[in-house]
Write a protein that binds this ligand. Sequence first.
Ligand code: AHR
Length: 338
Amino acid sequence: MKKIILPALVATAAILLCTLFLYMPFFMSRTSDEPGGDYGSKIVLGFAQLGAESEWRSASSESVKRAAEKYGIELMFENAQQKQENQIKAIRSFIAHRVDVIAFAPVVETGWDNVLIEAREERIPVILVDRRIQTEFGDLYASFLGSDFADEGGKAGRWMTQKFAGTSGDVNIVELRGTDGASPTKGRGEGFREAISSDARFSIICSESGDFMRSKGRETMEGILGEHHVPNEGRRIDVLFAHNDDMALGAVETMESRGIAPGRDIVIISVDAQRSALEALAEGKLNCVVECSPYVGERLMELVVALVSGDAIPQAIFSDETMFTEDDPPESLPERPY
Ligand code: AHR
């Protein structure tokens, strides 16, 4: 009898040890502060953020991270530092890790076909967050979640036409563009132009890119003011349309350093509605701020869960957005967490 029991015990112990060894890395990778849910069945989302160029972007990253935690979704998060090649590299690493869903905010519109075809071949669904892409293929991504940039530009342009409705004379506009080749730059620029096209008094006398960054808004405005705003020589800027708050606030700093009163000497319209911009609006340094919401994290997680469950999802989901102007009483402006 002993002869049978001993080898059986040894074999059972060996099987147990092997099982433990096999699953050891799995147990070891679990950390105590991970939110609920069974790690083994956790959905894995790879998110390639485009960078950290603006306060808006930081709020967007925060929104995605918090929502992933809330939904018990394991998040692989990469910051591509505003470089398309870094985003492509991140997406390839998500494919190699066989994540359940890939989401990314494309820094520019073109150049994504190859990597998205690779994701499609591996049957990993992709969600575009915040920015759009241009592609001839209709099936490279499952959904887009973000803002209607042309509508934002349209709101800015329509507000401006009303602001100057009772005035006479030409209106010289300067545009601080976002990153060239990015969908918000294109959409906001087109929407704005379309909205002001009916009045020949409006002309965009200068358009330069500040890459959505405060420092570049500051620097770029320096050169623009030197060239286009010399009132005693008859050169003047009436309006600045900045594609985001950071660039507008950078430009405000430059104007103030040159003794120009932002919001009074030059009308300023901006997009995003972050806290510092709403404060500047309340102080009269900005005149109109069009909202662009960075808070898409929870909606993204709902889409991820739906995709993994095999449910149909909408092809595009746009955020509900508004605008704030100099006519709004400061106490009515919303409190922003960012
Ligand atoms: O794509 C959204 C834009 O990107 C935001 O307006 C801007 O602040 C950000 O950098």
